[in-house]
Write a protein that binds this ligand. Structure first.
Ligand code: TEU
Length: 539
């Protein structure tokens, strides 16, 4: 397989509004990111992914764009952006931006024009349909609303939205619209960014057949529709092939076979993808399913396309809370999950705060939450007559705000995130879990990440090595090898609250490279402590 910088990279995701506030308005901002670049560089990461900061009414935290060429006031201005790019490059890192082109805000001038009348030239830039029997064209749901159709009284038609009502979908069938998007992509690439994370990029093509869905709650009809690969190949031809950039597509609802169609190197579409099999199929940890998913993706993409590894992001509850043990074994399990993500095949992603083992939150009332997905779902269920407290409780574990609370920098007021009032409450555990204390403790989660990243830089086996699961049927232990040329590494993970035993049959000549328990095991190497992770080199 060809060697590429983005295969060897470790990516750090910055949800800027919760990262660092440089001007006291309660929102993190681009200048705040600049102030913390040395911290990120010190971790060893190569690439930064910035969530969207385009002009936006901010109904869905920047994923509802009203001007692709402007910067949201909360985030800063174009001068701050230019400075940020410069400072990132100065430090030898790269930066990718979020590209959100499945939909815009309903405040975008294109949509304002489009809805103004049926014969406006921009009408066809969005998706308009007549009512069917006096109501919505069909029973499809959207991600954030009970229907993907919204009635526009003035012009007498429905428009289509895969997400909130305030996020109308663009019509990619329109060639003029596509050219306009390509122009916008060139604008940012010419500002020297190093690529894009492409928001729900496999939703661009819509299903032509509007017949009723048997189960409207399975919204996979929104994705992977005919025409999508033509659009992505055109985008590659028109824009991407002219730059040395990295692209990672957010691609929900795909199997490895379908996923390969997006990232197969010979097809010239995208470099890598985020699939959501883990996030969607595992509300909590499921060892056997996780192993199946890893093996099937490794086999499915092998030698042809590249994967990504992540367990959380701004949409998904923090990994140590969701998939580890954030109580008794927070530090050990945060390290174990890190060891796993950095040794599995694919480019690893770190979501801000993960490197200090930040946890999910549990606020007292729905008023403390901001997430539009959670709030809309809450109101939908309560309006059906369900008990509000019960609905609230049911939405807590997966609320997107779990991972959106401010970055915990130190033990001072508001965790050192802002001098003002933060836009969302700080996690009350910030006095214990924060960057300052992590940096002062050589045994912290932070330094474990630093070591893993350094190892990945020095050892190609971690990047390009073949993957083999040695215990596919074990519910507690995850043991696998990575092999490249003559080098074999053995990774042994005890993802359990109890001790477990592992016999090193066939691995007599082994050398321990990294572990998350000090050398206690030397007394009896076959016994693994709760949430113990070890990486060995086999000779
Ligand atoms: O998210 C799309 C989305 O809902 C997925 O992340 C979802 O978690 C996945 O499909 C698994 O089911 C993106 C952004 O990341 C999110 O913040 C936006 O709200 C959304 O698109 C709309 O732009």
């Amino acid at each position: 397989m060809s060697k590429k910088w983005w295969k060897e990279a470790v990516v750090y995701q910055i949800y800027w509004r919760s990262f660092f506030d440089s001007d006291g308005d309660g929102y993190g901002d681009l200048r705040g990111v600049i102030k913390k670049l040395d911290y990120i560089k010190n971790l060893g990461v190569d690439v930064i992914w910035l969530n969207p900061f385009y002009q936006s009414p901010d109904r869905d935290n920047g994923y509802d764009i009203s001007d692709y060429y402007g910067i949201m006031e909360k985030a800063g201005d174009m001068a701050a952006f230019d400075e940020l790019i410069h400072e990132i490059h100065q430090r030898g890192m790269k930066v990718i931006m979020d590209l959100v082109v499945n939909h815009t805000s309903d405040q975008h001038p294109w949509f304002v024009e489009s809805r103004s009348s049926k014969n406006n030239p921009k009408r066809d830039w969005y998706i308009w349909k007549d009512p069917k029997d006096g109501r919505e064209p069909n029973n499809w749901r959207s991600y954030f609303a009970p229907s993907c159709w919204e009635w526009d009284k003035a012009s007498g038609q429905y428009y289509y939205h895969s997400f909130a009502v305030e996020q109308p979908d663009l019509n990619w069938e329109n060639p003029e619209l596509r050219q306009e998007i390509y122009k916008m992509m060139r604008f940012w690439l010419d500002k020297d960014i190093d690529g894009f994370r492409m928001d729900v990029i496999n939703l661009l093509a819509k299903k032509e057949d509007l017949s009723e869905a048997e189960n409207p709650y399975d919204i996979s009809y929104l994705a992977n529709n005919p025409g999508i690969h033509d659009y992505l190949q055109e985008m590659h031809r028109e824009v991407l092939q002219h730059y040395d950039v990295m692209t990672v597509g957010e691609i929900p609802f795909v199997s490895p076979e379908e996923g390969l169609l997006y990232v197969d190197e010979s097809r010239n579409e995208l470099n890598t993808l985020f699939h959501f099999q883990v996030a969607d199929e595992m509300p909590v940890w499921d060892m056997l399913r996780f192993k199946e998913i890893q093996t099937s993706w490794h086999e499915g993409l092998k030698k042809k396309g590249w994967n990504s590894q992540f367990l959380n992001n701004h949409d998904h509850t923090r990994q140590v809370t969701r998939y580890g043990n954030d109580r008794q074994y927070r530090i050990q399990s945060a390290k174990l999950l890190a060891a796993m993500i950095h040794t599995l095949p694919g480019t690893p992603y770190i979501y801000q705060g993960e490197e200090i083992g930040m946890t999910g939150v549990r606020f007292d009332s729905i008023e403390d939450y901001n997430d539009i997905a959670m709030k809309n779902k809450y109101h939908e269920e309560v309006s059906k007559g369900r008990d509000p407290q019960e609905v609230f409780e049911s939405l807590l574990l997966l609320s997107r705000d779990n991972s959106r609370t401010p970055m915990q920098w130190n033990a001072s007021s508001q965790a050192g995130f802002t001098a003002g009032e933060p836009w969302i409450k700080v996690n009350p555990n910030y006095k214990e879990i924060n960057v300052e204390s992590a940096l002062n403790d050589t045994d912290s989660v932070y330094y474990f990440y630093q070591k893993l990243i350094e190892l990945r830089k020095q050892n190609e086996v971690m990047v390009y090595g073949d993957y083999k699961d040695l215990l596919p049927d074990d519910e507690h232990l995850y043991v696998y090898t990575r092999s490249y040329n003559d080098v074999t590494w053995l990774i042994v993970l005890n993802h359990d609250d109890e001790q477990q035993r592992f016999t090193f049959n066939g691995f007599t000549n082994r050398k321990l490279i990294l572990s998350n328990y000090r050398s206690e095991f030397e007394k009896n190497e076959e016994v693994l402590h709760p949430h113990e992770a070890r990486i060995y080199k086999i000779n």
